[in-house]
Structures are given as C-alpha cells and as structure tokens.
Design a binder for this molecule. Structure first.
Ligand code: GLU
Ligand code: ZN
Length: 499
C-alpha cells in the first residue's frame, strides 16, 4: 500500500513554526516511504479566512522547497484540493448520514440556543452544550418543522448523533490507545451549517477518506477531536486512517510556543534571514532524532532516514539560541558566491544595493562576503555590518572615537598619527603595518587596541567591524584616508571646544 499523507492547513493566519513542523514531518514521511504528499486547503471557516494567509502558505512551502504530489494548482486524481470548492460533496455525504440515521436536522433558532447557553452559564442547567432537543422529534413534528423552514427559505443545520453510551478508542502510533467515553464527546456537533458550509469535522473526515489518506500526522492539540472523527468514519462505514499526533512545540519555559518567546511565523524567520535549510534541519529535530548525536541533516538525507518510530513523545523545545547557532553553521557552509546571492535581497531592502546591483555594488559585496561570513548569524544582520562599505561614515559624536579610559587629547594625537599611518598603509604589507602600529603603541605606552579603536570607528563608524586591515583594503586608500582625516578634525574641534 502506498503511503498517502496530507498537510491540511486552514489559511487563517501566518504559517506558524508548529505548522511548518507538521508539514515537514508529513513531507519527509511521504518521501522516506516512497509515498505521496498531498496539500489540502481547509478554508471552510470563511470568517477567519484571508487571501494573505493563503499566499503566505504558498510562499512558505515555496521557500522551504516543499512541493506536493497532489494539491492546489497541480491537481490530482481527487481534485479539487481546496475545501471551499467541494461543498456539494459535503452536502451529499451529510444527507447520507441523515438518511442512515447517524445524523439529524436541527431546527433550533439562534435565540433558543442562546438562551440555552445563558442557562448553562448561570448554572440553572446541568447540561453542557446542545441539549439534543431535535434528536428525538416525532416524525410529524419533524415534517412540520421542515415545511416551516422550506416556506421561509431557511435550511436546518445537520448534527451528528453521538452515541449516548459506550466509548470510542483511538489508536495512535505515538501515544497508543486513547479511550474516550462517548458521553464526554460534545453533544451532537454540527456537521453542516444552515448556509450549507461544512464544519471542520465533516470536511476533514470526508476528504481524508476520499483522498485515500493512509496516515494522519498532525499536531497533538487535535487529539481531543479524534474520537468524534472515528465515530464519523464508523458511521460512514469507512476504514479509519492511522493516526500519529505530533508532540507539542514549547518555548524553553515549558509553555506552548508563542509570540512571547520570539518569532513564530515562517515569514518572520524568512525576513530575518534564516536559511531554509537551517530551518528545515532545526525544526525537524524538534521532537525527532535519528540517534543521540547526529545534528546536521540535509533535506536529501532526511528524505531517506526520517521515520515515525523516532518521533519523541515528550514535547519538543524550540531554542532560539540553538537555531541561531544552526543558522550560522549553515551560512558558513555556503559557497561565497552563493552567500553573496542570498545576501543581495537584504542589501537591496536596506537600500544599500540597487536592483539590479551596479558593477561597483557587486564588487563591494563580493569583497565583503569573506569579511563577514564568520560572524553572520542571520542574513538580515549583514546590512548593518557593512553599511560603511556602501555609504560614507558620519560621526556626529566624537566621544565614540575615544577608547575606554582614553582622553580627548591623547586620542586626537593618536588620530594625527593614524592619518599618516593610513597614508602609508596601502604601500606596505600587513606585517609592516602591524609592526608600525605596535611600535607607536609602545612609544605612547598604550595598548595596540587603543590605536585600533579610533581607527576602526573612523573607518567603519562602529566599534565592532570585520577585520580592519582587510576592510581598509576593500575600501581603498582614498575613502580610508579621508575618513581618518575627518575623524582627526572632529576630535581636534572637540578638544578646542573643551569637551
Ligand atoms: N485544518 C486543520 C488545521 O488547521 C487540520 C487539522 C488536521 O490535520 O486534521 O490544523
Ligand atoms: Zn435543535
């Protein structure tokens, strides 16, 4: 039997990292078993639906390179794969359940349901949820109601008849047997709304059956709906797919991962310059491991080695620091030319490069890559690290030039010397330049860092920069000398003003 799995998101918000994990596990499971990965859009909740969310889903799948064997645009033998295009199917099956006696029409008005809710809230009624009022209407009563609805152009909702006794067992590949008393299942949930829209339960079960889904891999939070779905499969007389609920994704504090912990949407990670290969690797390791030691897996490797047996039952922890480390590792695995290509959009967004980049911009960027690749954690950090290569440096505060424990006078003197140093710099080797710096530091009785600090701030505008000699060579003699001169002048002026 070929494995058939699906990722079935509801486009009601940005793709969450938990959703990404579900998509990845399904995708890798399909690949590792030679099966099919199906993408199905569960857009029946039209109030919460948005086009933006749907677009974000496609962008995320595209970014991660998760293609589907069947699904929107691509089609497939069980098309359409968008639930809002399948309404006739759900209506037909809902009616079938009514005919077979597993579901019934409910004619209750919104006012009646509202007052029921009020009573329950105030404790006047011990019931929870719908009171099954229409479940046992006499045939005459039912016919009368139908007539009444027909005459006023309304449709009754269709509710599922949850058995009043007994219990339902769900077998989960990871969590084992989960047994639920039928009396604990929500009393008679709506399957079809009066406007003809299906609810999640109905559409989900029908589609998983019609699309021949063999395994349902989805977030643990769906476990409570499992027993109801099993009752639906039984009512239709359909085989129940295998379930494998995926452990929760938590923050380091043991709480469900949320905005409080940091970025949670795939879009944010993309915009911050995480590499898709790092996200794929890291997120797959949340709740899954191959052995106790191997951490790095390419997508191709995961396509081979992924297996459900190695999913961990305990909640997975999303560690942002660890992800940053992973991302840095992946950045350093990229060939310089590839890193340059991936950095370009971030520099364009920061308006440091044009679109398309000029020859000069390309040259600067190519030169900058080796200077920053060791320090980069995220691609989006790059523009601020190398802004000074594209733009002049404007120091509006002379204090930043002064090293710790240094004085205005001493730094002004140092900058005079540094100006002469930069003029000679380009005609000498790095060794000669270093020797000159060391000698001057000794003469002044200061540390070499006390000379490097004003030089670095003058040339790059910041106290942390890529290796300064390489940076100066990349910039070239003219701007370097001009910047050091400007800094020396700035500090002189500050000395004269007495601050
Ligand atoms: N549409 C549901 C969701 O948004 C799918 C749940 C399931 O996989 O059954 O997560
Ligand atoms: Zn009713």
């Amino acid at each position: 039997m070929t494995t058939r799995v699906r990722y079935a998101p509801s486009p009601t918000g940005l793709q969450h990292i938990g959703g990404v994990r579900t998509a990845l596990f399904n995708w890798f499971f399909a690949k590792s078993t030679g099966g099919k990965f199906i993408l199905r859009i569960e857009d029946t909740d039209r109030e919460r639906y948005s086009d933006e969310s749907l677009q974000d889903l496609f962008d995320t799948m595209d970014w991660l390179g998760l293609d589907w064997d069947e699904g929107p645009e691509k089609g497939g033998p069980y098309a359409p794969y968008i639930q809002s295009q399948r309404f006739d199917i759900y209506q037909k099956y809902a009616r079938e359940l009514v005919e077979k006696g597993f579901a019934y029409e409910c004619f209750c008005t919104e006012e009646r349901l509202e007052s029921l809710r009020e009573e329950q809230k105030s404790g006047k009624s011990s019931h929870q949820g719908y009171d099954r009022h229409c479940r046992d209407l006499s045939p005459e009563e039912r016919e009368r109601k139908r007539e009444e609805f027909r005459a006023s152009g309304k449709n009754p909702v269709i509710r599922f008849k949850v058995p009043l006794s007994g219990s339902t067992v769900m077998e989960d590949l990871l969590f084992g047997k989960i047994t639920r008393k039928n009396s604990d299942i929500s009393p008679d949930p709506v399957l079809l709304k009066s406007d003809g829209f299906p609810t999640y339960h109905l559409a989900n079960v029908i589609d998983d059956h019609l699309m021949k889904i063999t395994h349902i891999l989805r977030a643990q939070e769906w476990i409570p709906t499992g027993p109801l779905h099993i009752l639906l499969y039984n009512a239709f007389g359909w085989e129940v797919p295998k379930y494998c609920h995926l452990p929760m994704v938590m923050g380091k504090d043991g709480q469900k991962l949320s905005k409080r912990h940091g970025s949670t949407s795939a879009r944010e990670f993309r915009e911050n310059g995480y590499l898709p290969e790092a996200i794929i690797n890291y997120v797959t390791m949340i709740g899954w491991s191959y052995d106790d030691k191997t951490e790095f897996f390419t997508k191709d490797e995961l396509k081979k080695v992924f297996s459900l047996e190695k999913i961990n039952k305990a909640p997975g922890v999303f560690d942002y620091k660890k992800l940053d480390w992973f991302n840095g590792q992946y950045i350093r695995k990229l060939q310089p030319e590839e890193l340059r290509r991936r950095l370009l959009p971030f520099l364009q967004k920061a308006k440091l490069c044009s679109d398309p980049p000029t020859a000069k911009e390309n040259e600067i960027l190519t030169g900058a890559v080796p200077l920053i690749r060791e320090r980069l954690k995220k691609l989006a950090d790059a523009p601020e690290m190398i802004r000074f290569l594209f733009e002049g440096v404007h120091l509006n505060d002379s204090a930043s030039l002064i090293p710790k424990n240094g004085s205005v006078e001493a730094t002004a003197g140092a900058l005079q010397w540094l100006y002469r140093f930069t003029q000679a710099f380009f005609g000498r080797s790095d060794e000669e330049n270093e020797a000159a710096l060391r000698e001057e530091a000794e003469r002044l009785g200061v540390k070499i860092g006390d000379l490097l600090h004003p030089l670095r701030v003058a040339v790059t505008g910041t106290a942390v920069s890529p290796p300064i000699f390489e940076t100066m060579r990349l910039l070239g003699a003219e701007p370097v000398c001009a910047r050091v001169k400007a800094a020396a002048d700035l500090l002189n002026a500050a000395g004269r003003d007495g601050n």
